[in-house]
Design a binder for this molecule. Structure first.
Ligand code: ATP
Ligand code: MG
Length: 444
């Protein structure tokens, strides 16, 4: 929520048409815009928001533009700025500076969205929360979120994403976080960062902005990166040195149970999230929520009622076949975590790994895909179906079939199934591995 006055102060824009003065939030998309939103006409690589201006003005309270348009503004609020994206970011920064509550930023290579949703779910038991929606974690999505701060918002939980140096710093200079949650450091976006050291540097650009960091205490590489940090480090994980720990972890078919321990607090939790990596995500979120004083019973409820975020470790059953659907994205660390979970769930069943290329790995591309082949073999996965040119490298260590695209792989896979298998589906976003599930679900 913001006013025209906020907007003008934040952007130094020029009011060229007058209308409503209070907006629910900013929007950049006429398909989802609400009546009381203000439209920011952003210029993307494919489309220019100015081409949608007439529709935007019909549907909303007004717009921020960077080109004088020869159209009738219909008494809507229209503000002219030099650059609409910078204006959106300046508005967000201005609103952040006015905000008196706390800002928690979630960074790290894997599990940000899941951890962010867990933290928000837990904190909302006690506080009025604002969180980044879905995976909107970049320099457009995060400012859009901040435009929705309300007068009674108490805590913001923001996912900050990065694929190259400078991204986290840029985002922090908008959201000025009070607390950082660092999930882990792994092999991701190597094309942008050059190396895992580069990934760590990129994620740790958050450090100068915060006094307290919640960090995965079992991630030695991350902890080494924090050794010169002068603020407060609160570690979560499984090992004894961690301030917030998961102990007595017991995996069942449909859920996991463990005891959460922290100074003066100890209680059992039960979750339907699969895999040891999710035990970390839950423990990290419990650390933050305990720190913010949410009660044990509220936390137990929040953990138990939380279901996987779409495409991130969902369990789907079709005609006796169990699908571990983890197709949102993939990099070597999350691939390994998912394969371990497949191996753990397999029991007497035939386990099939259906894996798409892991993208943006730069010079690590070939060895990383070979390694996947080695893991499949070592973990005793029975059958491998690959999608994409890089997955062919896995064949160096394991037998299997690799296809050019997900559709071909699905057609092949469907013919192999007899109704008792367990299947992992995973790959980078651009590999569209969800098409495999769609095809398996057809004619169900
Ligand atoms: P992105 O970088 O795309 O925003 P993210 O960091 O937000 O990803 P999630 O969307 O929460 O991560 O999870 C994506 C996938 O990463 C999951 O489906 C799972 O395979 C894997 N994953 C989640 N949490 C962890 C973790 N703590 N460690 C390793 N892998 C994880
Ligand atoms: Mg995410």
């Amino acid at each position: 929520m913001f006013t025209l006055e906020d907007l003008i102060k934040a952007t130094r824009g020029k009011l060229i048409s007058s209308g409503m003065q209070i907006f629910r939030g900013a929007s950049i998309d006429t398909r989802t815009i609400a009546e009381n939103d203000l439209f920011f006409a952003l210029k993307g690589s494919k489309r220019d928001g100015h081409d949608f201006l007439i529709e935007a003005l019909q549907k909303s309270y007004g717009a921020v533009i960077s080109k004088q348009e020869d159209i009738n503004f219909q008494n809507k609020t229209v503000v002219l700025v030099d650059d609409t994206l910078i204006a959106l970011q300046n508005l967000a920064r201005y609103l952040r500076k006015k905000f008196r509550g706390k800002v928690i930023a979630v960074v790290g290579s894997n599990g940000k969205t899941t951890t962010k949703e867990l933290i928000a779910g837990m904190l909302s038991k006690k506080y009025k929360i604002l969180k980044t929606e879905g995976n909107f974690n970049n320099n457009i999505g995060v400012p859009l979120c901040l435009s929705k701060i309300e007068h009674d918002t108490e805590i913001m939980v923001l996912e900050l994403g990065t694929n190259r140096h400078g991204d986290i710093k840029e985002l922090c200079e908008i959201v000025y976080p009070d607390y950082a949650m660092i999930t882990n450091i792994g092999y991701e976006h190597i094309e942008g960062f050059g190396s895992i050291e580069g990934v760590r540097e990129g994620e740790l650009e958050i450090l100068p902005f915060v006094k307290t960091v919640f960090a995965n205490g079992d991630d030695e590489f991350l902890m080494e990166g924090l050794k010169d940090f002068k603020g407060n480090i609160l570690r979560f994980g499984l090992s004894n040195e961690c301030d917030y720990r998961a102990e007595n972890i017991k995996f069942y078919d449909e859920h996991v149970e463990f005891d959460f321990h922290a100074d003066g607090v100890s209680f059992p939790v039960k979750s339907s999230l699969m895999g040891i990596h999710n035990v970390y995500n839950i423990t990290g979120a419990l650390a933050v929520a305990t720190f913010f004083g949410v009660s044990k019973c509220m936390l137990q409820q929040a953990v138990e009622s939380f279901s996987p975020v779409a495409m991130r470790g969902e369990i789907i059953k079709i005609n006796g076949i169990e699908i571990f659907f983890d197709a949102y994205n993939a990099n070597p660390s999350s691939m390994k975590a998912a394969l371990q979970e497949l191996a753990r769930r397999k029991k007497t069943r035939k386990a099939i790994a259906v894996l798409g290329d892991m993208l943006e790995l730069g010079e690590l591309t070939q060895p990383a895909h070979e390694e996947v082949g080695r893991w499949i073999k070592e973990m005793g996965i029975d059958f491998f179906v690959g999608v994409g040119k890089f997955m062919k490298n896995a064949l160096r260590y394991v037998d299997g079939e690799v296809f050019d695209d997900a559709q071909q792989a699905a057609v092949f896979l469907r013919k192999q199934l007899n109704g008792s298998e367990i299947i992992l589906i995973k790959g980078s976003r651009a590999m569209k591995m969800e098409q495999i599930l769609d095809i398996l679900l057809e004619g169900r």
